[in-house]
Design a protein around this ligand. Structure first.
Ligand code: NAD
Ligand code: LYC
Length: 587
């Protein structure tokens, strides 16, 4: 029986504070508490034997004189970093993950307050089913012998849009498409054609074995085995969802609906959303469905971290990487804020590309490739997030889990605070809140510039005012009496996201500067620095938990080939990597 909840309003407390305990599984944080300086390379590594873990590390726990250099160091334990690390560990590599925070997961982490378990960010889980090739979260867990119980969500999201347009995205595709056609009967053909192309792309994706598109033996192998599917993907790779929607649909309101469909997964409209990404999410929600992990999203990262350790690799918390160490232009290790150094054959950064090249390599000129990336992409806005515990009686029976609210004016879709995302995970998993209560996780886009230069008091007051206005809007649109039902409230600003997730300006990833050529300009995992790789949402295919999981799988495959754990052809590598680099300059 969960403990009773004290009525307590805590507006100013940052939403992403240290967890009180972790959901689902047992905690084995090897909080590094690094001591002393770096010293010479081998000694520095040898002295870094983590308690309880190094003994299990096989091939080199750290006794002096042994060669205990790691195969890979991963900077950051977001889902991108953890998937790269666990995939490599499953292939036999010895990996060290260094995480600045106290627990793994980054924006897919969790925290607990007064009996409530809150998801920090991610709450809508794609790729978590038991079928097909695109269930990348399920596969990532399986690779390290883990499986999580999931709760199928009967819908993906309930849209509440201008002109009282209400659309529920049912789990079953036919139910969704029939509901949409009932709202836009004159556009039946256009609707079926647009979503039909999404399915064509999704089915092509789902037929491939997903590995690194930067590894030629695999890529050519896939072209050989599935030529039609690969050509379909190559054809749609440089295209955007909005252009395809405009070909078949004329009704402006329906086109705006498709903008909203894209916005919730890309924070930009359909004309700026790559068609492959749109197809992935618009179909996986019906194919595998949206599935919520029992105990909360934080369980995914903790399960991956546990699995990683069981495979003989390591993860250290409170380990703030400040520099990537280069030797003759090659990345050979990292330095922490306390001066400790660790060395490895390869370094994988799960920090954003802005943080990786702007902070971890600040003394180096920005490589041309990164200039090209920054020319094509800007930082997506951050979020204002409100985590609330409310009395269950405020929600009408049958309330859906996820909602998207844009009240009066389509023009507000992409504006800061314009639209509201709302997740109520306790609809699926009541164990996340004390009995008789629900969790409301509310977020809206917000830029860091709005929150800079304020005194402490001004900052706290502003959080309170902005959060109350969002709550007032939800009260008016969805839940009368909401304000009075609140028993716990924590507000996070873009500064909170910057601080606790170590993300430049609190950004949630890259956003195209203008109209992109689909995914063409998005960099993969290799960088122009030998031995340094990036993973996460500033890599192909972009924002989203399943997207960063794919980037982790791709990255691990490329790294494994480079360190001799997977097949490779140096000649073909040089050709393909050069060709892909050239492609990106065309975007
Ligand atoms: N589905 C949803 O509802 C939802 C909501 C929010 C976020 N998300 C997604 O999650 C994605 C992010 O995943 P990700 O894996 O790219 O990154 P992430 O931000 O989740 O994780 C990065 C991790 O790296 C750590 N880190 C950064 N710099 C470091 C340093 N110098 N030293 C040590 N550690 C450092 C951070 O503390 C963090 O834990 C976002 O793109 C977003 O789309 C999804
Ligand atoms: C040469 C070359 C390069 C090429 C050739 C051709 C080929 C073969 C190609 C291929 C390709 C591929 C494989 C691709 C792949 C892709 C993928 C996988 C993708 C994916 C994607 C995904 C995504 C984007 C996702 C996203 C998601 C998200 C973001 C989510 C979010 C959510 C949220 C925010 C929530 C909401 C909430 C509410 C409403 C409450």
């Amino acid at each position: 029986m969960p403990p009773p909840v004290a009525v307590r309003l805590r507006a100013p407390a940052p939403a992403l504070l240290a967890p009180a305990a972790r959901p689902g599984s047992r905690l084995r944080a090897t909080a590094s508490g690094p001591r002393g300086g770096g010293g010479v390379r081998r000694r520095a590594v040898a002295s870094e034997k983590p308690p309880a873990v190094a003994e299990k590390a096989g091939g080199g726990g750290g006794a002096e004189g042994e060669d205990c250099t790691y195969d890979a160091i991963v900077v950051g334990s977001g889902i991108g970093g953890l998937v790269a690390a666990t995939q490599l560990a499953a292939k036999g590599a010895r990996v060290l993950v260094l995480e600045k925070y106290l627990i793994p997961g980054g924006s897919s982490g969790y925290y607990r307050r007064d009996g409530f378990t809150f998801d920090v960010g991610s709450s809508v889980m794609f790729g978590f089913s038991d079928k097909g090739n695109l269930n990348l979260i399920t596969q990532a867990l399986q690779a390290v012998g883990r499986k999580m119980e999931v709760l199928p969500d009967p819908s993906t999201v309930h849209f509440h849009l201008p002109g009282d347009l209400s659309v529920l995205v049912h789990r079953k595709y036919e139910d969704f498409v029939n509901e949409l056609i009932s709202k836009f009967p004159h556009e039946k053909e256009g609707i079926l054609k647009f979503y039909g192309i999404c399915w064509k792309i999704f089915n092509s994706l789902n037929s491939l074995e997903l590995k690194s598109l930067e590894e030629p033996l695999y890529l050519f192998g896939q072209f050989f085995q599935k030529p039609l599917e690969c050509l379909t993907l190559a054809y749609y790779l440089p295209q955007n969802a909005g252009d395809i929607a405009h070909k078949f649909i004329k009704d402006q309101k329906l086109l705006s609906f498709i903008d909203a469909e894209c916005f919730i997964v890309s924070t930009v409209n359909a004309l700026q959303t790559p068609m492959i990404n749109a197809s992935m999410v618009l179909c996986d929600r019906h194919f595998g469905g949206i599935n919520y992990p029992v105990g909360g999203v934080g369980g995914i990262a903790t399960s991956l971290a546990d699995g990683l350790v069981e495979k003989g690799s390591e993860i250290r918390y409170k380990a703030n990487v400040t520099n990537v160490i280069l030797e003759n232009g090659k990345a050979v290790g990292v330095r922490l804020s306390n001066g400790k150094e660790f060395f490895a054959k390869t370094v994988i950064s799960n920090a954003t590309r802005w943080d990786t090249f702007g902070k971890l390599l600040k003394d180096k000129d920005l490589p041309e490739e990164e200039k090209n990336f920054q020319k094509n992409y800007v930082k997506a806005p951050s979020f204002l997030s409100i985590h609330m515990g409310v009395k269950a009686s405020v929600l009408p029976a049958g309330t859906d889990c996820h909602h998207f609210v844009l009240e009066d004016d389509w023009n507000n879709l992409e504006k800061p605070y314009g639209s509201i995302f709302l997740s109520i995970p306790t609809v699926l998993d009541p164990s996340l809140a004390p009995e008789g209560h629900h969790i409301l996780h509310i977020f809206t886009t917000a830029g860091i510039e709005d929150w800079e230069g304020l005194s402490r008091k001004e900052y706290e007051d502003k959080k309170e005012v902005v959060a109350n206005e969002i709550i007032r809007r939800l009260e008016k649109k969805l839940f009368p009496g909401l304000q009075d039902s609140i028993v716990l409230k924590e507000v996070g600003s873009p500064k909170t996201h910057r601080r606790f997730l170590a993300r430049n300006d609190g950004t949630y990833g890259p956003m195209p500067r203008g109209k992109p050529k689909g995914l063409l300009a998005m960099p993969f995992n290799t960088t122009s620095i030998d031995g340094l790789y990036c993973v996460g949402d500033s890599c192909f295919p972009g924002q989203g938990v399943i997207a960063v999981a794919f980037s982790g799988i791709m990255c691990a495959h490329r790294v494994a080939a480079d360190i001799g754990l997977e097949q490779r052809s140096p000649v073909l590598d040089a050709g393909l990597l050069g060709l892909l680099r050239w492609f990106r300059t065309l975007a």
